[in-house]
Design a protein around this ligand. Structure first.
Ligand code: FAD
Length: 496
């Protein structure tokens, strides 16, 4: 390829835009020119503070130094998500990252735990997760493992605007060109592909390929190409959020809290300089004023800004890649941040794109395969999120009654049924949420298996009790030497 023979134009400078730009700057070979256009007047959505462990792969791939990242984005560590009140008021469970228990022979731990639970000798599932024990005791360390326990995985909470700014410095330092301006017009080729975008002030940016990171509106993928959107509100009915930061106060938890409220849920995300809070709710069941009151009445410290309202439609763009446009971020769809999956989807789409990086117009086969795999990613996450709502026992609350009785996708129906019937969980190898993630949320939401694999019955009750006890002890011993989250973070953020 000769110099700059393939021009990629990214529209949007939020998390999606700068993650895409940074990844292309790092991995696209010579000959690719990457331009990013963003509008200061429009701004970014600016939320998106909780992540899941694969973000570390992304940062590592870009060559980002963790200490610098932690300092620049005011980040904290995250070991899992606590769900309070999702089954019923007063009940709590955690979806912790990493393993739960330990395989015995060939059989996964869940069969032994299910038998022990039925016999009344097993402790709650979280007692067999080193991540959960560390999270609940406010401890954190990297590189820690114990007997039969692999290294504890972690993710981060960070300030989304600071992360975008951090990646911008990174990308601009590696030859991405940024332009400020509002795109007002789109020029098309005869075959429907986009040829160029024009800003309000008359500048034209021609490209061979466009990455639409323009947020909910989807300026290229929807307004120009009219790709279409599958609306999933029949399964994920929340359609609004109100967000507000407050001063750092209360426990500096190495986990996200998700607290069920009357018509949705509230998050609490501790950062170094503040706590991020938001209420996700369903406008059919809660007015905007009541949502603001609910959020503000549950804060631990004075707010740092006015509450900010946001509206969304849960669902996904019918094609992630249409013509010569790839939708990344909110332009490709939105599922509420219950399991912190949006930034992950940005990462997975851009990583997949790099595996098929075009150097010329791409044929239908590549595009269709790409879109099929993106659809599977979205649908796997969708089903996992719906489970949290569907399997609730908050009887007598209209929103929760609606969720408990709503029809759900057949794929999820089948998953719940096979777990209930025989403790079976079999996610596909490409699925984001592992067997252990499903186990924690299924049982946390009160779905218990009626039977388990009979191989688990081969242990005598004493041996079963001994096995469960040994696993719990190994988790506790693994966590015991770990420092407190605050101290560990301070050490990691220290300048050399
Ligand atoms: P935006 O941030 O909206 O950026 C759009 C960009 O496009 C901006 O730069 C804008 O200026 C530009 N633009 C738009 N139109 C034009 C135009 N015509 N011309 C020029 N520029 C234009 N994700 C997580 O992973 N974890 C979370 O905890 C989490 N919490 C969330 C909570 C809520 C309530 C919401 C709504 C989302 C949350 N997300 C979360 C999702 C996360 O915020 C987004 O995935 C992420 O910020 C990416 O946004 P974006 O870059 O696609 O869009």
């Amino acid at each position: 390829m000769t110099d700059t023979s393939f021009r990629i134009v990214i529209l949007g400078g939020g998390t999606a835009g700068w993650m895409s730009a940074a990844a292309l700057a790092r991995f696209a070979p010579p000959g690719y020119a990457v331009t990013l256009i963003e509008s200061d007047a429009i701004g970014t959505v600016g939320v998106g503070e909780a992540t899941i462990p694969p973000i570390r792969l992304f940062n590592n791939a870009l060559g980002i130094d963790e200490a610098e990242f932690l300092r620049e984005t005011s980040a904290s560590y995250k070991l899992g998500i606590e769900f309070d009140g999702w089954l019923r008021e007063g009940h709590s469970y955690m979806h912790a990252f990493g393993t739960v228990g330990r395989q015995h022979g060939l059989l996964p731990f869940r069969h032994y735990w299910a038998r022990g639970a039925a016999m009344g000798i097993a402790r709650p599932l979280g007692h067999y997760s080193a991540n959960e024990i560390a999270a609940r005791t406010g401890r954190m360390a990297t590189g820690v493992s114990g007997p039969g326990i692999p290294e504890l995985p972690w993710a981060y909470h960070f300030d989304a605007s600071l992360y975008a700014a951090f990646l911008r410095r990174h990308a601009e330092g590696m030859s991405v060109t940024r332009h400020e301006g509002r795109v007002a017009q789109v020029q098309r080729h005869e075959n429907g592909d986009i040829a160029a975008v024009e800003t309000e002030d008359g500048r034209t940016f021609a490209g061979d390929f466009f990455i639409d990171c323009s947020g909910f509106r989807g300026v290229l993928i929807e307004e120009a190409l009219q790709t279409g959107y599958d609306d999933w509100r029949q399964w994920l009915p929340c359609d609004r959020a109100v967000v507000v930061p407050c001063e750092a106060a209360g426990p500096f938890t190495p986990y996200t809290r998700s607290i069920a409220r009357s018509a949705g849920w509230q998050w609490r995300i501790p950062l170094q300089h503040r706590i991020g809070n938001g209420l996700v709710y369903c406008s059919e069941y809660l007015s905007d004023d009541a949502a603001v009151r609910t959020l503000l009445s549950h804060l631990e410290a004075p707010t740092q800004a006015d509450p900010r309202p946001l509206r969304f439609v849960t669902g996904r763009r019918r094609k992630t890649w249409n013509h010569n446009v790839l939708a990344v971020g909110l332009s490709s769809g939105f599922m509420e941040p219950l399991e912190s999956t949006s930034i992950h989807l940005i990462q997975s789409v851009i990583t997949r794109f790099l595996t098929v990086l075009p150097s010329a117009p791409v044929g239908d086969a590549v595009r269709e395969g790409f879109n099929r795999r993106c659809a599977e990613d979205f649908e796997g996450i969708r089903d996992f999120l719906i489970l949290h709502y569907k399997a609730n026992a908050r009887e007598g609350e209209p929103f929760w009654d609606h969720c408990r009785t709503m029809p759900i996708p057949a794929s999820l129906e089948a998953r719940i049924a096979e777990f209930r019937e025989a403790c079976v969980i079999q996610p596909g190898t490409d699925e984001l949420f592992t067997e252990v993630a499903w186990l924690q949320v299924l049982t946390g939401q009160g779905v218990m298996p009626e039977r388990w694999n009979p191989i688990a019955d081969a242990l005598s009750p004493e041996d079963l009790g001994g096995f469960l006890g040994a696993v719990e002890k190994a988790c506790i011993e693994t966590v015991r030497p770990m420092p407190l989250h605050l101290d560990f973070l301070a050490g990691r953020c220290a300048r050399p």
